[in-house]
Design a protein around this ligand. Structure first.
Ligand code: GAP
Length: 439
């Protein structure tokens, strides 16, 4: 029923708070702007998104290995990568109301969009987006460190370490999931743009002559990943950047965009970063970051194809795409039609009543299912309301234990999307759910 109406954004934000997906950070202190905490349901969703990415990008491949590099990093890395000079947005202030804006996002450069005053905006100045802090007890410039604004550089500076220890050769990739930090001038749209967020990035090192072919390959693979996990084709598109939109390191870039309630916006970028990063770090550090091909005794600096996704942004897109409302018995049912692989809980175990004779078999059924799947257990309220709660958090199956269970050793399994119910013997329950959950 809900497609892309303008209330979708509000509905998803409200659901997130009401059901424990995402909370405003430091809420009890009035909230800390543009930072969010993932609650009991949201942390599962986010974890599942990251697990699915890792499964596709690392586990199911022979040519990609993982890495977990540090967040704190010395200025030398960011000097060489170009971030100290180039990683900035043009900032303008309004002399009238004090609001700050990104100049490149303003439609009218003469008028402040916050207070409407004309001629009140200052000249633009470059504002570096990196967070700087101090390491150790002495406060001087030698103690300056940065919180990484992308995970990518961790892969470049470990290129030689990984090459020497993993027995890989180009084409091969290094993948990483982790937090990144950017002092965004205009964070907003819930978790779409925040100052602290999680990225899922992979640097794929290839012989230079093969770069374009691999760039096209990764654009396709990454597009298919979202489709496979249930984002409809009508809400996804691949947009190539024009030459004047390319980052300082890029020979080609495409964005995978999702149709958010406010319009098409970036989910992930795929870039041909050429040999820029390895050459920069090679020169700045004095370490040789090359591949030596023993077959022909040739040395070369690989090109890099980088699919760079946001985990938190992807989780939000999956929520938006899955949100649905339908009329059932003169009532509106809200249901998250999430793919079971990313649904926070796969199964909810629900005793029909709180009577002790039902609690014991319900606990036994829970014990049977928990080793296989993330399960919820809920024995409060009427069963209809409990089903609705599970629909709202996207649980694909509810297993209900009733008084007949005591005689027939069977349970009722209700499917989220169709609401159909099957009576299944407890001995066959794991097999029944395994066939359907397709994990
Ligand atoms: N290493 C390349 C890189 O970081 P990017 O396009 O700046 O490229 C990659 O970031 C992805 O990280 C974006 O497509 C987006 O999903 C996510 N991302 C970037 N900035 C973000 C922010 N402030 N809040 C949430 N996600 C963000």
């Amino acid at each position: 029923m809900v497609t892309n109406d303008e209330t979708l954004f509000e509905k998803v934000v409200n659901l997130s708070k009401r059901r424990g997906f995402i909370f405003q950070s430091a809420e009890i202190y009035g909230g800390f702007r543009s930072t969010y905490d993932y609650g009991p349901i949201g942390v599962q969703l986010l974890r599942n998104v990251k697990d699915q990415w890792w499964r596709t990008m690392v586990q199911l491949r022979q040519d990609v290995v993982g890495l977990d590099a540090s967040i704190l990093s010395p200025p030398a890395i960011w000097e060489a990568s170009g971030h100290l000079t180039n990683f900035s947005d043009p900032l303008v202030d309004c002399k009238e109301c004090g609001a700050r804006h990104r100049e490149d996002k303003l439609e009218d450069l003469t008028t402040c969009p916050s207070c409407g005053k004309t001629g009140s905006l200052t000249e633009a100045r470059e504002f570096n987006l990196m967070f700087k802090t101090q390491a150790g007890p002495v406060v001087d410039t030698s103690a300056e460190v940065y919180l990484r604004p992308e995970t990518a550089q961790g892969m470049f500076i470990n290129f030689a370490n990984v090459l020497n220890t993993s027995r890989k050769k180009p084409p091969f990739g290094i993948a990483q999931i982790g937090k990144s930090f950017r002092n965004e001038i205009t964070p907003g749209n819930f978790v779409f743009r925040t100052r602290e967020f999680e990225q899922m990035e992979m640097e794929y090192f290839v012989p230079p002559a093969e770069a374009d072919e691999w760039y096209r390959y990764w654009c396709k693979e990454r597009h298919n990943w979202y489709l496979d996990l249930g984002i409809p084709d009508s809400k996804l598109r691949l947009q190539e950047h024009a030459e004047d939109e390319l980052s300082h390191y890029s020979a080609a870039t495409a964005d995978i965009e999702f149709l958010f309630p406010w319009g098409w916006d970036e989910l992930e970028g795929i870039a041909n970063r050429t040999d820029f990063d390895l050459k920069q770090h090679s020169e700045a550090s004095g370490s040789r970051l090359e591949y030596h091909d023993a077959n022909n005794d040739e040395r070369y600096t690989p090109y890099v194809i980088e699919p760079a996704a946001g985990a938190t942004r992807a989780a939000m897109a999956f929520l938006m795409a899955a949100y649905d409302e339908e009329e059932v018995n003169d009532d509106i049912r809200t249901v998250l039609r999430l793919d079971p692989r990313i649904a926070p809980y796969k199964i909810a175990v629900l005793p029909l009543s709180k009577k002790p004779e039902l609690i014991e078999p319900s606990q036994e059924v829970l014990g049977l299912l928990q080793p296989h799947w993330m399960c919820d257990y809920d024995q409060t309220q009427a069963i209809g309301r409990r089903y609705r709660r599970q629909d709202e958090i996207g649980t694909p199956y509810c297993v209900t234990i009733d008084f007949d269970t005591l005689d027939d050793q069977a349970v009722t399994v209700r499917e989220r999307d169709t609401m159909t119910q099957d009576r299944i013997p407890i001995v066959g329950l794991v097999e029944y759910l395994s066939e359907r959950l397709n994990l």
